[in-house]
Write a protein that binds this ligand. Structure first.
Ligand SMILES: Cc1cc2nc3c(=O)[nH]c(=O)nc-3n(C[C@H](O)[C@H](O)[C@H](O)COP(=O)(O)O)c2cc1C
Length: 219
């Protein structure tokens, strides 16, 4: 590119920037879903998105958390992560949720956050958000798909556009093959069993890409 186009033209890098604003909203007790959220951030940033990583508010009493070393460590590790607000959702073109499985469902902390978005929903501001979800569970068949579906059910009410990974990239197979959204098994020691980093990054990139298509088509 010549100097004129450097000043006034769009560089190739600028053209590749997606312009998509992505909120990665997570809840985590043992740190797994915080890690998934950070990988999603990396994947989305590599795809050119502007990203905010945000946690939902903790609802458990401090006395309960204090008695659990892993939980306490996660609260400490995420103390500087902002708590998600309605304004963050309004800002976002796309949202990736990441939650642990709780009896085959999303945790109450995430449900409480969704249930306080009635105002945003009523004003039509949840419509056309491109959404995707990730999860973890202690057992390989511990309710991962059900947890993802619990989130997606609410998203259907929001008029959001659900962008699942499906089998759009072979990385999904190496990560356990969940087409609903990346899921990982977490052992008793709190360590992830499958290597899902690439699958998370692919899911993030795909979410950003679909959001980009929606944004362009809506202009
Ligand atoms: C109240 C409760 C319910 C849980 N329910 C399930 C379950 O239904 N199936 C399962 O495999 N694991 C279950 N687990 C294990 C969590 O899913 C697991 O610890 C979590 O995915 C780790 O994610 P995190 O490190 O982000 O907290 C449960 C854990 C708790 C505390």
């Amino acid at each position: 590119m010549g100097s004129w186009s450097k000043l006034f033209g769009k560089s190739k890098e600028m053209e590749e920037m997606s312009n998509v604003k992505l909120a990665v909203v997570f809840y985590s007790m043992g740190g797994t879903n915080y890690q998934l959220a950070k990988w999603a951030e990396e994947g989305a940033k590599a795809a050119g998105a502007e990203v905010k990583v945000l946690k939902v508010e903790e609802l458990a009493p401090a006395s309960v958390i204090e008695g659990n070393e892993a939980w306490k460590a996660t609260v400490d590790a995420t103390k500087d992560v902002p708590v998600v607000t309605s304004e963050d959702l309004e800002w976002a073109d796309a949202i990736i949720f990441s939650v642990p499985t709780r009896f085959g469902n999303m945790p109450s902390q995430m449900k409480q956050f969704l249930d306080t978005q009635g105002g945003l929903w009523a004003s039509g501001k949840t419509v056309n958000k491109v959404v995707s979800a990730m999860t973890s569970a202690q057992n390989p068949h511990g309710g991962q798909e059900a947890t993802l579906l619990s989130l997606y059910t609410s998203m259907m009410h929001w008029g959001a556009i659900i962008a699942t990974p499906g089998y759009t990239d072979p990385v999904t197979f190496g990560a356990g093959g969940n087409p609903y959204g990346t899921s990982v098994t977490v052992g008793q020691d709190g360590k992830m069993i499958e290597d899902v980093e690439a699958a998370v990054k692919h899911q993030a990139k795909r979410t950003v890409t679909v959001a980009e298509w929606v944004k362009k088509g809506n202009q």
